[in-house]
Ligand binder design. Structure first.
Ligand code: GLN
Length: 445
């Protein structure tokens, strides 16, 4: 009730929720109380949280930030939604996001921009901007986001919270509306690494309904949080400290790294030589997958349908023309182009080769060091409306995107401020190193 009242009071200014499910949450809270009375409560029983509106929730609007799905009540729950409910948590609602998770500022939502709680003139980051803002504003203690190229880590950084993108395949994608299937991954956004550890333990694991989820045991991520860091080998990718990095962000990040040295870690420079190609490769691969995934929104099967279509082609054209926003259309066009005959080898195949090299850069670095550290984003949260040009928006993701191409996990941890706006320290580990990342993050907090 306390949190629902806070949402009522503050979310008019923030716009972090698309749908609030107060009644269902209060009923679930009663069930949680009953479980507690019977001695059946687990660590997450009764925990209120929020879900990015990309996760299907049975009987509840699941818009993906798009007019296309404004009228879509999902007929089933995503696996992560099911798992969180089974762990006893309750959802207060669905959070705002860039349309189909395409964006870095949450300004691409059909439901309007989300404001950064630290400064209402600033963006909260994206695409999981609603989840980040809701946690930062104390409307919920935790939320789920998704990260295809940085959409958990960058909004976590911009809003001063902790956000973890797990290894690709660690968490089931079943019921998560697909943007770029080979990159998408769900993960927790919360105040601390410890909170993220609890949530990751609840959502991770193999799922027969997602063939890309990995059959591998789920450890207790809270167990190793207090392990000492003496002897930890930290690598600083030199490409993450070069041109374009704000001096204030750099100094906050370097101060955080100095804290790790004082905890007994050693620091050395490493190189990820193909970093420079990550954004171009991503903006071939992600739109290609998106153009294919979004073909299902045709005015027939789900979502928006135009009025009085004259024939099937008119139905497709007008339903998609009216239902999708500008950025989504741009990506569909790019993806359709790069997949078309005559261009496939020149763009898509090349991008896949580059992806392989980027992955190898990380694997080589992890031969030398345990974790990598750097900024989550080159600047702190920018002003609403400041990044109008799509390419300058794409360049925002320079430190986060390669991680998705490589499939490795990454976490953003609050590390001070630059010009009064939060800064995120990004920590990267090798595949399935989530427990280590959470331990390293926790020791800083
Ligand atoms: N900003 C990137 C994009 O627009 C990443 C978004 C994401 O991780 N979903 O594609």
């Amino acid at each position: 009730e306390h949190l629902l009242a806070r949402i009522e009071r503050h979310d008019g200014a923030l716009n972090s929720f698309i749908t609030v499910t107060g009644d269902a949450a209060l009923e679930a809270a009663d069930r949680a109380d009953a479980a507690r009375a019977l001695g059946e409560a687990g660590p997450l029983t009764g925990l209120p949280l929020a879900l990015k509106d990309i996760f299907c929730t049975r009987g509840v609007k699941t818009s993906c930030g798009s007019k296309m799905l404004d009228n879509f009540d999902a007929p089933y729950d995503a696996t992560v939604v099911e798992k969180l409910a089974a762990a006893g948590t309750l959802s207060l609602g669905k959070t705002n996001m860039d349309e189909f998770a395409m964006g870095s500022s949450n300004e691409n939502s059909f439901y309007g921009a989300v404001k950064n709680p630290w400064d209402l003139g600033a963006v909260p980051g994206g695409s999981s901007g609603g989840s980040a803002a809701a946690v930062a504003a104390g409307l919920v203690p935790a939320a789920l986001g998704t990260d295809t190229g940085g959409s958990i880590r960058q909004p976590a950084a911009f809003c001063g919270i902790t956000g973890l993108k797990p290894t690709y395949g660690r968490v089931s994608r079943y019921g998560m509306i697909a943007y770029a299937s080979s990159l998408d991954q769900a993960g927790p956004m919360a105040r601390t690494a410890e909170d993220c550890a609890h949530l990751l333990g609840a959502i991770a694991g193999h799922d027969l309904r997602d063939s890309t989820s990995v059959a591998r045991g789920v450890p207790d991520y809270t167990e190793g949080l207090d392990a000492p860091l003496s002897g930890l080998k930290i690598g600083l990718p030199k490409e993450y400290f070069g041109d374009g990095l704000s001096a204030e962000v750099e100094s906050a990040v370097r101060e955080a790294i100095a804290v790790y040295e004082s905890l007994g870690a050693t620091v050395r420079e490493v190189s990820l030589p193909h970093t420079h190609y990550a954004i171009p490769a991503y903006y071939v691969i992600a739109p290609a997958e998106a153009s294919s995934n979004l073909s299902r929104f045709d005015g027939v099967r789900f979502g928006h349908r135009c009025e009085n279509p004259t024939d099937l082609i008119d139905l497709y054209k007008r339903s998609r023309g009216e239902g999708f926003g500008e950025e989504v259309k741009r990506r569909i066009l790019i993806g359709t182009h790069t997949l078309s005959e005559g261009f496939f080898d020149a763009y898509y195949k090349q991008a896949q080769k580059v992806r392989r090299l980027i992955r190898q850069d990380f694997l080589d670095a992890f031969e030398e060091v345990d974790v990598l550290m750097g900024p989550a984003s080159p600047t702190p949260a920018f002003d609403l409306g400041a990044n109008k040009d799509p390419v300058s928006m794409y360049l925002q993701d320079i430190y986060t995107i390669a991680v998705n191409l490589a499939g490795i996990p990454g976490i953003s941890v609050p590390a001070g401020f630059a010009g009064g706006r939060p800064v995120g320290l990004q920590i990267l580990g090798t595949h399935f190193a989530e427990a280590q990342l959470l331990n390293v993050a926790h020791q800083f907090q």
